[in-house]
Design a binder for this molecule. Sequence first.
Ligand code: PEP
Length: 254
Amino acid sequence: MTSPRRRRLVAGNWKMHRTGPEAVELIQQLRDGYTPGRAEVMVAPPFTALESASRALEGSGIALGAQNVHWEPQGAFTGEISAGMLRAVGCTFVIVGHSERRQLFGETDAWVSKKARAVLHAGMRPVVCIGETLADRDGGRTLEVCSSQLHGSLAGVAVEEMNHVVLAYEPVWAIGTGRNATPAQAQEVHAHVRELLVRLFGRPVGEAVRILYGGSVKADNAAELLGQADVDGALVGGASLKAQEFLAIVAAAT
Ligand code: PEP
């Protein structure tokens, strides 16, 4: 069972799905079935749907997140979006370092740390993703890879900023594959990550930071995963696009 000091967070990563009107429709379905409770809830639509999603979420108790950000505040960066722009549209969370960005778009730990710091400086909370590939796991390198990503992705983040940071452990082999980590596999990595946080930032910070699990979380495996001591919530991809499924995951976290 998660420490009572850490409020659970269930976050939906909609990836490249839903136009503005489609986002509003999904949010309406979520609102219809959602009662604000002990767990915090966030949805992260694509950039083009953020403005309408922001309006549709007003007064719902569900937070708005973005899926990516550029670290510079403005400038000649064609196709990029700044943290200030996301804040202005109503975002309070930004996912950084998702494995799809790392793998498909060449995002490095150094970039992830710049993005995380830009999000913090804009007054939002970064959800910093780490996770090993199947080759890493099969090669016995899971903890080493996660440690290295954690160090690199949090480089330059100050201790006092850490209470605004959320981590997400997302084994790459479990994302979008229907094959989730077992609760024991998730707990092993989460406990390791927490020990690292304690070493890097001190025990109070290490014990307060939320570590989400992501990778094929669904209504029927959420309770077991969330039942682990160091699993403080879920980052949900595919299942976050189905209102009833996502609400069932939220209920399992509440
Ligand atoms: C994700 O995209 O962060 C994710 C965990 O996806 P899925 O739930 O579909 O595996």
